[in-house]
Structures are given as C-alpha cells and as structure tokens.
Design a protein around this ligand. Structure first.
Ligand code: PLP
Length: 384
C-alpha cells in the first residue's frame, strides 16, 4: 500500500492539489539500481524527469551523475552539488549563453547534435581559450516501439547526427582545435518496455563504435542514454523496475574496447513511481451515458494524459476497498476537452471532497506543470 491511514489523515489537512513524493521508495529504487549496475557502468540521472531539489539531493547522495538538456538544468545540477565532471549537456538547440555557462563550469561533456552546433561550440570555446569536450549524439535509426512523441532515434526525428554525416563530422572534429572528441551518445526514446529495442541499439552501437575507431577517433565513453519504461498499470506490484535485466542486455551485447567507459542517463525509471498527484473531487456530474468526477487538479499539474494519451492509474484513496463501484470519466477543471485523466475508470461511489491519487507521476509531472488559466503551482510534499 502506497498510502497508509496516517498518510491519508495528513493529506486531509493539506490544500490540494499537491505532489506527494515517497522518498523511501526513491531511496530503495536507487539502492536497487546500484546493486544491479555493473561497477564499471556510470549512471547519470536525467534532470528533466524531475528537478525537485530534495529529490536531486537524494540522487546526488546516491552517487549518480547528472544529464541535463538546458543551461538552467546544468546550473541546477551544479548548485545541488553534482561535480562538474559528472555533468553532461545534451539538446538540439543549445543557446550561446547556455554553452558559455557550461564552458565556464567545465562540464564533463557536451553531447552535440549537429555539425552546425560543433562549429559554434568550437568558436565559443576558442573565444574563452578553452577546449570543449564533445560526445556526438548519434541517431542510430533504431525504433523504440513507444509513443511517437517520445521516439527520438529514427532518421525522421530532429535528434542526433545521422550516419551519412559521419565522414563530414570526423573531418570537422579533426580540424577543430578547440574541440576534444570524447565519446558517442545515443538516446532512442522514452518509456521503452520492449528490451529488444535496446538489443537493436547495442548492435548499431557496435558498428558505429568500430567506424569511429577505424577512422582514428577513439570514443573514450559510450553513453547509451535512458528510456527504460515503468509499469503505469501496476505501480504497487512493480514499484521498482528490473534494472538487472536491463543492464544485462548491454553486458551481453556491447562489444567494447577495455578502455571504453559505459554511461547511462536514466530519468523516468528512477523517479516515476515515488510520486503521486493528490487531488480532491470537487463535483460529481451525471451525464446521459457518462458520469464525471471533476477534480481540482488538471492538465496544468499533470499534462501527460493530454499530451501523449498516457495512462496513469487513478485511485479514490478516501474509499479504497469499497465494493460498490461505478465507471467515471475523471477530468480536471481546465477549459480544454483534452483535460481528462482517464475515461471509464472503475471507482468506488465518489463524493465531493474524496481524495484522489494519480499514480506514477514522479517523472514528467511537476516539471511539466504550467500556469495556463493562471493556475497556481502545486506544492511538493515529502513522505510523512
Ligand atoms: C529524456 C532524456 C533522457 C531520460 O529519458 P527517460 O526516459 O526519462 O529515462 C536521457 N537522455 C536524454 C538525452 C534525454 O533527452
């Protein structure tokens, strides 16, 4: 059970909606991750999944590095105490300001996504009389078998450098005095549950790695990105992902030189299950064919269902275990028809004031919240 009686009693005293984080589960997840990762694998945490300072502190204390996709994430990681040498910076559109700040901090690697970006990075590093360490973000053209909005490793996606550009990139790197080639980076998508996508990735990585070594550019590290999916349907049964099975794919299939280091950038699978969005039922509305529960939380607090048709488990935690159930569409208060958390959800007969938990909301929840309709920010509440 995620919510004990004491926890629910405490929730009753709080203003809704809010994000609730079970820090104990986060710590257990990090222990499981550490135990499953071979000692030579370095895991970075992708800040974009959840950049909440309390959560970042726990992740840093567990010894993970930081994977950032904006200048402010680089700054947040650095300010939270991640060492500059443990921070990587990816993203298709790094601004000059963001690059300059990361150069000043002296991060481990810029994961560069285009030849044009490499040219600008070289110019900006030259102006500062610095050498920028770069990993190439490669588009391996591997299907992640996930929602089209979170697939990133196909040629038609905007991310990464495609294979036909390799020779040009190699020449560019060798002719750029202020760039130091350090590795190869891959990230094919998110919420990947079919491990065969990672198997296909490994086979592509082996080929591409060989190409660069033969071309005289030795990748000191190979970064395989993140993307490991979680169980949104059964968050209690599978509250921690099978990290061992995930790492085994890479252990079995990657063919690397003994001097090459292996990096990962996991986000969702570390933080998703420890977070829930807690909300109250404001109104029950009886339609002709459909009954609605209208919550005081909406797509402004958790946009995933509206943006990716994502499923989140919805629970009426004030009446859990009650036998008398009905089907409801669970919606938010925002003036958009897509502001719906779930259709035809089986729930106990719901009354105004009942507390709801929208589960597995620790990743891409609070960080994606916005102020549409001039809504206030939901607060974060930690395990109580
Ligand atoms: C989003 C992202 C990640 C993390 O993805 P998850 O699915 O949350 O594990 C890792 N690396 C890069 C470059 C990303 O953009």
């Amino acid at each position: 059970m995620m919510f004990g009686t004491d926890t629910i009693k405490k929730f009753e005293t709080l203003e809704t909606p809010f994000y609730y984080y079970n820090l104990d589960l986060l710590k257990k997840t990090l222990v499981a991750l550490k135990q499953a990762a071979p000692p030579e694998y370095h895991v970075h945490y992708a800040l974009k999944a959840n950049a909440n300072p309390e959560i970042l502190r726990i992740i840093r204390e567990a010894g993970l590095g930081a994977d950032c996709v904006s200048g402010n994430e680089v700054k947040r990681a650095y300010e939270t105490g991640f060492k500059a040498g443990d921070i990587v910076f990816a993203g298709v559109g790094k601004s000059d300001k963001e690059i300059n700040e990361a150069l000043d901090i002296g991060i481990f690697s810029f994961n560069s996504e285009s030849t044009h970006e490499l040219e600008i990075l070289n110019d900006l590093a030259k102006k500062k009389n610095k050498i920028a360490p770069v990993a190439l973000r490669i588009n391996p053209n591997v299907d992640a078998y996930t929602h089209k909005y979170i697939t990133t490793g196909l040629e038609e996606n905007k991310f990464g450098i495609n294979q036909h550009e390799f020779e040009h990139v190699a020449q560019l790197l060798q002719g750029s005095a202020n760039l130091k080639f350090s590795g190869l980076h891959f990230h094919i998508g998110s919420q990947i549950q079919d491990l065969s996508a990672f198997k296909n990735l490994c086979l592509k990585v082996n080929e591409i790695n060989q190409w660069f070594i033969k071309r005289g550019l030795f990748p000191e590290h190979i970064n395989l990105g993140g993307g490991l999916g979680i169980d949104y349907r059964e968050p209690d049964k599978n509250n921690i992902v099978d990290f061992a099975q995930y790492f085994k794919v890479f252990k079995d299939l990657l063919e690397l030189h003994p001097q090459q280091k292996v990096h990962f950038e996991l986000g969702r699978c570390i933080v998703a299950q420890c977070g829930s969005l807690i909300s109250r039922a404001l109104y029950i509305k009886k339609g002709i064919n459909t009954h609605f529960v209208i919550l005081d939380a909406g797509m402004t607090e958790l946009i995933r269902p509206a943006l990716y048709q994502a499923y989140h488990k919805i629970e009426n935690i004030s009446r859990s275990g009650q036998a008398n159930t009905f089907k409801y569409d669970v919606v938010g208060p925002i003036c958009e028809s897509s502001d719906c958390f779930g259709k035809s959800v089986e729930l106990p007969e719901t009354r105004r004031g009942d507390l709801f938990a929208i589960r597995s909301a620790g990743a891409y929840g609070e960080v994606m919240s916005n102020h549409y309709n001039l809504r206030e920010s939901a607060k974060a509440v930690y395990s109580i």
